[in-house]
Design a protein around this ligand. Structure first.
Ligand code: ADP
Ligand code: MG
Length: 456
């Protein structure tokens, strides 16, 4: 018989995959287990307000997560500490092996359900990535005309929708082309699997071959966060073989990373050139219009209405990435539910106050995101090596602000900016410094950016 809290922790991990971090922390993290029967699980919420919100908004998601974790409950009851004793004598018979297997079988689609093309808001910042991803999902392994779509390599900063697009490809194929065998793997998991195969070699001499075969036999291989593909231990050699195997068979390979191949330091050249050999699409910080559209889409899906001024306030304020945008939105909705008051502009401001205080701690990511937004240059390029005029200007400004606001040693700033030498950092800093006249263009930009970052 499984311990209720052990069970709950499996269910929570499933929920952490489907909910965004803020929702998860607000509603799920604090739950504790009370009891369960074959049909029903009873969990305790920290307050009556959150109990009610859970009952209204999360019961289905909770049951989905139970099924995904292999617990075939049909019902969930949310209670609070005060009433928990009413349920504690429900005697828990363990779900049978068949029941667990049956529930696991129900979990046919391995992709995150809400990460679909339909739920993806398209704007200038992600149009290219969206349309190439869609194209590949519709015609995996087929290159239209002279355009080589294999591999498709999507890159851009955190929280900008890369994983969402990768799962959209998976979901699309699952729906429309179920015979296609699609595998999605984050690179760090692939690394773990590889090293565990290596360690089994002494007892199972085929362990490595099985690993290789598992991936060489798929129709579509999706590898997320490829910057984490470890160089040590021969993993990249094996992956190179898998890549070539798939490639010659015309199987589709899709990769995503926070940076372009040439800026991943820890990667073998031959693999890098393979990654660069197909279609590359970058995603950058969405414009304010796109942010507004994303908020509206989100509200539509959770059936919540917000006034235009509130929507605009969030869109304007949260300019780093979409994950944070969703977090801010959840926070406001939760805040209004907990307080039982309408989500007005002043309530929204109140709700985001804490994050604002947190945001007062400027870090280099926030500085780079703000500069990226201001200059319309992707963060990846600011850190990266490209040298066109706009990028160089944005980069110098970002370097200057990191220097000015964080007072870090030049060597460390160099590391933040893609491993640049400290003399390069000094050069950028001095270049900006010498351009400041008190009321010139750069003075104004610095003033605006500091305002955005909430400093001084
Ligand atoms: P990344 O993998 O680039 O770090 P994710 O794909 O995990 O980012 O996206 C973070 C969150 O933002 C997810 O909840 C995702 O659904 C949402 N998101 C990102 N881009 C969009 C978009 N264009 N439209 C709607 N939601 C988006
Ligand atoms: Mg991701």
């Amino acid at each position: 018989m499984k311990d209720i809290n052990e069970m709950l922790s499996d269910i929570k991990s499933e929920l952490s995959l489907t909910l965004n971090a803020a929702e998860y922390m607000l509603w799920i993290n604090g739950l504790t287990g009370v009891a369960y029967t074959t049909e029903r699980i009873i969990v305790c919420a920290p307050s009556e307000n959150s109990r009610r919100a859970l009952e209204d908004n999360y019961a289905f998601k909770f049951l989905d997560a139970c099924a995904a974790a292999g617990y075939p409950f049909k019902e969930v009851t949310f209670t609070t500490e005060k009433d928990a004793h009413l349920f504690t004598d429900e005697t828990p018979p363990a779900p049978s092996a068949e029941e667990i297997a049956a529930a696991k079988n129900q979990r046919k689609n391995p992709f995150v359900e809400r990460y679909t093309f339909e739920n993806f808001v398209v704007g200038d910042s992600n149009r290219m990535a969206f349309s190439t991803a869609k194209n590949v999902a519709e015609n995996p392994g087929v290159n239209p005309g002279f355009i080589n779509m294999n591999p498709l390599y999507i890159y851009g900063g955190v929280g900008l929708g890369k994983t969402h697009l990768l799962h959209s490809i998976g979901n699309y194929l699952f729906e429309n082309n179920p015979s296609v065998d699609v595998v999605y793997m984050p690179a760090h998991k692939l690394s773990n699997e590889y090293f565990s195969a290596l360690s089994q070699l002494s007892s199972d001499s085929n362990a490595l071959r099985k690993f290789e075969e598992k991936y060489s036999s798929v129709d579509v291989l999706i590898l997320d966060d490829v910057q984490f593909l470890q160089k040590k231990g021969g993993l990249q050699d094996v992956f190179f073989k898998i890549f070539n195997d798939l490639y010659v068979k015309g199987k589709q390979i899709i990769l995503a990373s926070d940076r372009p191949p040439k800026e991943i330091n820890d990667i073998e050249d031959r693999l890098r050139s393979r990654f660069e050999g197909g279609m590359m699409a970058d995603i950058w910080t969405p414009s304010i219009d796109t942010r507004v559209n994303i908020i509206m889409k989100k509200l539509e899906s959770i059936k919540v209405k917000l006034d235009d001024d509130v929507i605009f306030y969030i869109a304007e304020k949260v300019n780093t990435n979409i994950r944070e945008l969703e977090g801010a939105l959840s926070r406001i909705i939760m805040y209004s539910q907990l307080n039982g008051s309408r989500p007005t502009l002043s309530l929204a401001k109140e709700a985001l106050k804490e994050t604002e205080e947190k945001n007062d701690v400027v870090d280099s990511n926030r500085i780079i995101a703000a500069v990226s937004d201001y200059y319309h240059v992707p963060s990846a390029d600011i850190i990266g090596k490209k040298k066109n005029k706009a990028i160089v200007e944005a980069r110098m400004m970002a370097i200057y602000l990191v220097y000015d606001l964080l007072s870090l040693p030049l060597i460390n700033i160099g590391q933040i900016f893609g491993g640049r030498d400290h003399t390069t950092i000094m050069y950028s800093r001095d270049k900006i410094l010498s351009s400041l006249t008190g009321d010139g263009k750069n003075d104004k930009i610095i003033k605006d950016l500091k305002e955005t970052l909430n400093v001084e």
